[in-house]
Structures are given as structure tokens and as C-alpha cells.
Design a protein around this ligand. Structure first.
Ligand SMILES: Cc1cc2nc3c(=O)[nH]c(=O)nc-3n(C[C@H](O)[C@H](O)[C@H](O)COP(=O)(O)O)c2cc1C
Length: 186
């Protein structure tokens, strides 16, 4: 596979001390192929409103351009009420329109869900996959990545200190690199 595939990293939490963000940064630090990751922020997007399509706000235009410029998608998300947090769903909706011009389609994707609890945000992980089916994003199926017990994984500086989780993430990224190679963006 090409080593310079650019991967958009989308984080489903705006919280300063977000475990999802810490996990996303740990994934980026672990690196492995594909090496180029870009966190595409979603917190400044307006709530999606189809009325703005004739003249979309600058944050919407920039977001769509940044996703369009990437060749793969990595979602790192917590779970809100057994689903994807609204802020991430909003970003997905923003990128999906105008109809027929979705920036998501045909980019290989993967999701890591994380929770302080033991269910590891399984509901968010699978609701996200449901949207990606419709958006024609081939999502990596294995290994699935459900990270639970988040409070025990990071030190007080937010660095991932759990060796088995890091080893799992390394294998996850290697599998994602192979997935990207088999499902190149088009
Ligand atoms: C509105 C709301 C709903 C939540 N619902 C769930 C849930 O369904 N499942 C779960 O595991 N945690 C739930 N939580 C707890 C989150 O997992 C926890 O706040 C987590 O730290 C959020 O992710 P972050 O650290 O990346 O911000 C919820 C939190 C909030 C604020």
C-alpha cells in the first residue's frame, strides 16, 4: 500500500480531558502505517441545516475540504446514551451533504470506541457502523476495537500507560493499514 495515505481522525468528544482524544493521540503516536494522520476537528461546526446549502458557512466548507483531502477515516468515539454523541453525528451529517456530494463515500474506515464503563461504547461503535453502511464507507470489521475501563489506562498527563492496550492498538493499526490497502479510496 502507499505509505503516504492521509487518515482523517475524527474524535467524538469536545471535552478537554476527553478519554477519546487521549486515545486518538495514543493511536497517532503509535503510528505504524499509514503514517499520516490528521485530526479533523468537529467542535466548530454548526448544527446541520439544509437551508445553508446554497451558501454554506466557512466552517462547513473547510470541514468538507479537509475530509475530501483524506484517503481514510479513523473514528474514535465515546458513547452517549448508547449511541454516537450528537457532535459526531452532526459532523457525519455535515459531510454527507449536499446529496450526491458526500465527502465520506468510498474511503476505508475504522472505529475505536471507548468508555469508562465495561460495555466499552459498543452501542456507539455499531450505530456509527450503521451510518457508514449508508454512506458507502467500507468499515474494517476485524479486529473490532472496544476499549473499556478508560480511567485506568492513562496517566495524569493523558499518556496511555497500559501496555496490553498499546499492543492491541498497534495490531489494530496494522490491520487498518492492510484494510486501506485492500479498499483504496476512489
Ligand atoms: C450525555 C452523556 C451520555 C452518556 N451515555 C453513556 C453511555 O450510553 N454509555 C457509556 O458507556 N457512557 C456514557 N456516558 C459516559 C461517557 O462514557 C463518559 O462521560 C466519557 O468520559 C465520555 O467520553 P470522553 O472522555 O471522550 O469525553 C455518557 C456521558 C454523557 C455526558
Amino acid at each position: 500500500m502507499a505509505t503516504q495515505v492521509k487518515v482523517a481522525v475524527l474524535i467524538g468528544s469536545l471535552r478537554k480531558e476527553s478519554f477519546s482524544r487521549k486515545l486518538a493521540l495514543a493511536l497517532i503516536a503509535i503510528g505504524s502505517e499509514p503514517r499520516e494522520f490528521e485530526v479533523v476537528e468537529i467542535g466548530d461546526l454548526p448544527l446541520y441545516n439544509e437551508d445553508f446549502e446554497p451558501n454554506p458557512p466557512p466552517a462547513v466548507v473547510t470541514f468538507r475540504q479537509r475530509i475530501a483531502a483524506c484517503e481514510a477515516l479513523l473514528f474514535v468515539t465515546p458513547e452517549y446514551n448508547r449511541s454516537v454523541p450528537g457532535v459526531l453525528k452532526n459532523a457525519i451529517d455535515v459531510g454527507s451533504r449536499p446529496y450526491g456530494k458526500s465527502v465520506w463515500a468510498h474511503k476505508p474506515g475504522a472505529v475505536v470506541s471507548i468508555s469508562p464503563g465495561v460495555l466499552s461504547a459498543f452501542g456507539a461503535n455499531h450505530h456509527l457502523r450503521q451510518s457508514m453502511v449508508f454512506l458507502d464507507v467500507p468499515m474494517m470489521q476485524q479486529p473490532e476495537a472496544y476499549i473499556g475501563n478508560a480511567k485506568a489506562l492513562f496517566d495524569d498527563k493523558g499518556v496511555l500507560t497500559n501496555d496490553s492496550t498499546r499492543e492491541f492498538l498497534r495490531k489494530f493499526l496494522q490491520a487498518f493499514a492492510r484494510w486501506i490497502g485492500r479498499n483504496p479510496a476512489h
